[in-house]
Design a protein around this ligand. Sequence first.
Ligand SMILES: Cc1ncc(COP(=O)(O)O)c(C=O)c1O
Length: 459
Amino acid sequence: MNENNKIPICSKASPEEMAEDLKIFIDFQDEGLSLENLNEIIEERLVPHLMRYDQPGFQSMFNAFPEEGAEFGGRIALKYNQGVTNWQVSPGGVMLEEFCCEALCKLFGFPSNSDATFMLSGTYGNQEALYLALHKQAEKAGFNLAEKGLKRFKDSSRLAVLTSRDAHFSVKHAVRMLGLGEDTIEFLAVDENRHIDVNSLKKTIKDLEDKKDIFCVFITAGTTSTGSIDPILPIAKICQERDIWLHVDGAYGFAYSLVPEWNHLFAGAELADSVCWNPHKQLGIPIPNSLLFVRRWEDFGRMTLYSAYFNRKEDPEPNPGLKSPPSTRPFAALPLVTSLRHQGMKKVIQRLRAPLVAISTLFNNLKEECDIELCHKPDLGILCFRIIPEGFPKEELDQLQRYVFDRIIADRERTISLTKLDNKAVLRVVAISPAVTSEALMETIRDVRAFAREYMSEK
Ligand SMILES: Cc1ncc(COP(=O)(O)O)c(C=O)c1O
């Protein structure tokens, strides 16, 4: 326990100790265990090893414990276990999902012609967006990608996606899965706050004019490493002028557009061709909960596959399974709507605002501190920094960040992350849950300093 009697964020068990605790679960016996028995085993042997996302010390990733209303909806979704694909499988589930997509398009200010589909994760949302973009490129070249595939492109080595150096690695997964390969991606320079530099984008587009066919500009509204929001509006205009598909990866950040003081950072999102968003991150909706929005509902037609027994063309009822691939999909709309309805939008916005305020307060507190190098001005709930004690040798700085990170993680009172920016090791704190206050973040800085002193004294 730490000094405030907080629950440790996770046990300190080594992989070997954990294996010892967990092996009982795979000891499949002829006779079963009662639920009481199972519960005891779970509480004793599994729960201590699970990460407590609800604790103020959890400052490393985008996970969240379920919000009360979301957990309630999640339990009902589990109880009835609806596979929300088409009317035959779950009329109520299908209708609620379609209603929810429509309402979310309105809530986020997408045009009246827009639509959305629930996805299993942001990774798949980004992949579907790239597929739609590629399909459009094929249409420009006069063929149907779904039927003819990549081989019909005259020269598929000309196909290019532009994105920031800081884009999430799911963009690489997407081009791999689409059979394009990672060298399809042209990485763009970022400015000092790690946003795509619009001038560098313009220059890259110009430089590639005769060499490449840019079929998608993939930008991020809340990058994974720093939470930076690429300048959506100017990039949307550039894409519209050149008829290039614009995808906004808002998996982490998009919900924060609902907070009035932060909304201006998302200006232009309504002009994007597609946007992805993960309510399973900052909203605390049970995993999996992810959405892909498109500006024109017809675009989902490029995903549609009919089958004689399941998704019949002539069936007039709503059919979410025509908009994205999973043929069995979870009832993800239910926990999302129960969460929003239970809290009310006022509380939802308060919940979203809290971590943003905590990180901006931390940034202001640290601005004048000589031993902390801030790597960017935060747009959202993430801050990357380096501890640089006075007179510390430059060549050992990466090692020092690594040491501090390892010590914090080993202590299990809090968790932060270690990443690289411009090839330098940096420490990263993330606020997702409202429990992560600026005070909790300052405690982390206190520990960072203490472990840096420990490193120096051991040298
Ligand atoms: C910006 C961004 N895009 C995409 C993803 C991938 O989302 P998922 O983990 O749901 O696949 C993440 C995950 O952290 C992310 O931060």
